[in-house]
Design a protein around this ligand. Structure first.
Ligand code: ADP
Ligand code: MG
Length: 657
């Protein structure tokens, strides 16, 4: 693995000759021919993203029939007939088993490598890897030899066509990512693949650098040292990057991302966690039978193992049901997260060992690391997040989807190179207020707009319903008083509180916005110590124009909004009071003059009408009238409270006697 290298510098920006050639001079920035997409050309899956002033978004280039969360992934799989491409992506992947010798996957492992170098790896693949031109590892199908570049080009052509269809203009320029440890030959092979696919590859970008850019690291001219922890399906990579800001005099200079060290394990990934979860079933499955039979059993087990493992990232336990169909024993068992974590502990430790090596090789200590960026589907496992947090002494960045963050960052790089990014928000300040939904759909603002980052705010909340054991938290952004008029950022739940009456739990909520504008929200219930948290990038998908519009709206509605907020708060408080007064009145009615009880009854009814209308449509309620009604109720119910207290004291005394 190479120790010390930079992402390619701007002199590599000149267009590659051949297809996709465009004159860089003289064309207006923003002209579609100059726009640049980001491509994550992955071992297993590939993605395309595009960034405009509102930030980066993944394009739906995958199979539209796929599950919602898969429709933007293209499996890195190509099937060939003897002389042409037969299927690419999801279609090729789906029929892989029917055409094992003609379907190529994981070709990234062979990019720019010699056949001699990759012989061992080639042996376990169903397609034939042979020595091609210049001794390079190549694929032979029906007597025809294709280089990894050509195969990757077929994949990239497909991505280019799909992306063009989604965007509505012809995609011709791209930033393509590669692992940080790729050497020159591997980078050149990737570049060639792009050219063959009709793309001008404006930059080959390191995957960890892309992940950092997706989080805005290095886009606002500050220097820092970061670690990118990438745990995917079959591989683990950790990279230490130094972000060097551009010269202050250089107006449109870019930060340089220098790789200080890399470490990892090309045979450690999510697959190993699947195995750890159901090791005993796997051991049993390989006891007897011919190799094909055993391979089939393993494939089935891996599939159910992976699904169960993924379920355990969200739940404390999951049920694994397997109809063995005569091939495997039937299984029906509960799997718990704690047992899984124990079995997988050695795997987690191996990733931390690699982090230790990388940080040491970089000549650093963890205290010198400013951020840890989490990449790869396997970083969704809570045990991974905990281990990383424990070792580095800070929570990793998990706000963006770990499967998509590399493509998103590649697109950010593309937007910087094309000049589109100049319109993006610069986030030395918080562009819009950040808050939390409270009862009745109102917003409690914790951090107000234009606060400098980093910043932190803490506020106490409670429950509004008796015996609540789960509390839903909703993080919003905007200047209006009601949630309905704000942007929703994230929802999460604080679970497992001991049942307590409304208003008793003490929920401390902390909003922490760091220097990169990443918001961490922590909620802890003080008595029980239960906690939950979430992380988001509030500026994602937000443009300057939108911010300006949101500000303008807030002025227009300021007066209305205040009134509505007041009505909602009144309704919440009044509901608690009404409940309390009614209970007290029921207990002491016999001890009160009936005239007093009647007045309280009728005022309770009036206030309840206000509460009902406020719940239906707070804008229809006159805040002053509501307030006056609640005030009269408070006053006229004094004798009820007094009688209730007297009675409580009496009861206590009689108990003590
Ligand atoms: P690669 O980069 O190797 O192509 P990915 O980054 O896409 O891989 O990660 C794939 C791995 O992530 C698989 O092992 C999959 O089981 C795992 N994974 C995806 N979602 C979850 C989840 N919610 N919990 C645990 N593992 C997950
Ligand atoms: Mg990956």
């Amino acid at each position: 693995m190479s120790g010390h290298e930079q992402d390619e510098s701007s002199e590599e920006l000149s267009p590659v000759s051949g297809v996709g050639e465009s004159s860089v001079d003289g064309e207006a920035a923003g002209d579609p021919v100059d726009l640049i997409v980001g491509i994550d050309l992955g071992t297993t899956n590939s993605l395309v993203a595009f960034a405009d002033a509102g930030g980066s978004r993944i394009l739906g280039v995958g199979d539209p029939r796929a599950d919602n969360d898969q429709a933007d992934l293209v499996p890195s799989v190509v099937r060939y007939s003897s002389d042409s491409v037969e299927a690419v992506g999801a279609e090729a992947a789906a029929d892989l088993k029917s055409h094992p010798t003609r379907t190529v996957f994981s070709v990234k492992r062979f990019m720019g490598r010699s056949h001699a170098d990759r012989k061992a790896e080639a042996l376990v693949l169903p397609y034939s890897v042979v020595e091609g031109p210049r001794g390079l590892a190549s694929v032979e199908i029906d007597g025809r030899i294709r280089t990894p570049q050509q195969i990757s080009a077929d994949l990239l052509s497909h991505l280019r066509e799909q992306a063009s269809a989604v965007l509505g203009w012809a995609v011709r320029r791209a930033v393509i990512t590669v692992p940080a440890y790729f050497d020159d030959a591997q980078r050149q092979a990737t570049r060639d693949a792009g050219r063959l696919a009709g793309l001008e590859v404006v930059r080959i970008l390191n995957e960890p650098t892309a992940a950092a850019l997706a989080y805005g690291i290095g886009t606002r001219g500050t220097g820092e040292t970061i670690v990118v922890y990438d745990l995917g399906g079959g591989t683990f990579d950790v990279t230490v990057l130094e972000v060097i800001p551009p010269d202050p005099g250089d107006a449109d200079g870019e930060s340089i991302f220098r790789v200080l060290a890399t470490a990892g394990d090309s045979n450690l990934g999510g697959d190993d966690f699947d195995r750890a979860l159901i090791q005993d079933l796997i051991d049993e499955a390989v006891l007897d039978g011919d190799p094909a039979e055993r391979a089939r059993r393993l494939a089935i087990l891996r599939e159910v193992g992976a699904r169960a493992k993924e379920a355990l990232s969200d739940a404390d336990a999951t049920r694994l049901v397997l109809d063995g169909g005569g091939v495997l024993p039937d299984v029906d068992r509960m799997l718990t997260r704690s047992a899984f974590e124990e079995a997988a502990r050695p795997l987690v430790d191996r990733t931390i060992d690699a982090c230790r090596r990388a940080v040491r090789d970089a000549g650093l200590e963890t205290s010198k690391i400013d951020q840890v960026v989490m990449v790869g589907g396997s970083t969704r496992m809570p045990m991974i997040r905990e281990a990383v947090e424990k070792w580095f002494g800070r929570p990793g960045y998990v706000a963006l989807d770990p499967d998509r963050v590399i493509a998103m960052g590649a697109a950010v790089q593309g937007s910087i190179l094309s000049g589109v990014r100049q319109d993006a928000l610069l986030l030395d300040v918080i562009p819009l207020s950040l808050g939390l939904e409270t009862a009745g759909g109102a917003v409690a603002k914790l951090v107000s707009r234009n606060t400098m980052v980093p910043t932190k705010a803490v506020e106490m909340f409670s429950t509004s319903v008796d015996g609540q054991i789960n509390v839903a938290l909703h993080v919003v952004q905007g200047e209006r008083e009601m949630v309905a008029d704000c942007r929703s950022l994230a929802r999460f739940e604080l679970r497992g509180l001991p049942p307590m009456p409304a208003g008793i739990p003490q929920i401390e909520v902390t909003f922490n916005v760091d220097a990169n504008g990443v918001l961490g929200v922590d909620a802890v219930e003080r008595r029980s110590g239960r906690r939950a948290r979430v992380q988001v990038v509030p500026s994602n998908g937000l443009t300057r124009e939108e911010v300006a519009q949101i500000e303008a709206d807030s002025f227009t509605h300021a007066r209305d909004d205040m009134a509505v907020h007041r009505v909602v708060d009144l309704a919440v408080n009044a509901a608690l009071d009404v409940k309390w007064i009614r209970e007290a009145l029921d207990r002491v009615r016999g001890e009160l003059p009936s005239s007093i009880a009647e007045v309280v009854d009728s005022q309770l009814a009036v206030v309840e009408v206000f509460i009902q209308s406020a719940r239906k449509d707070p804008r229809s309620v006159d805040a002053d009238a509501f307030h006056a009604a609640k005030d009269s109720l408070d006053k006229s119910s004094m004798p009820v409270h007094e009688a209730s207290i007297t009675r409580s004291l009496r009861e206590r005394d009689s108990q003590n006697d």
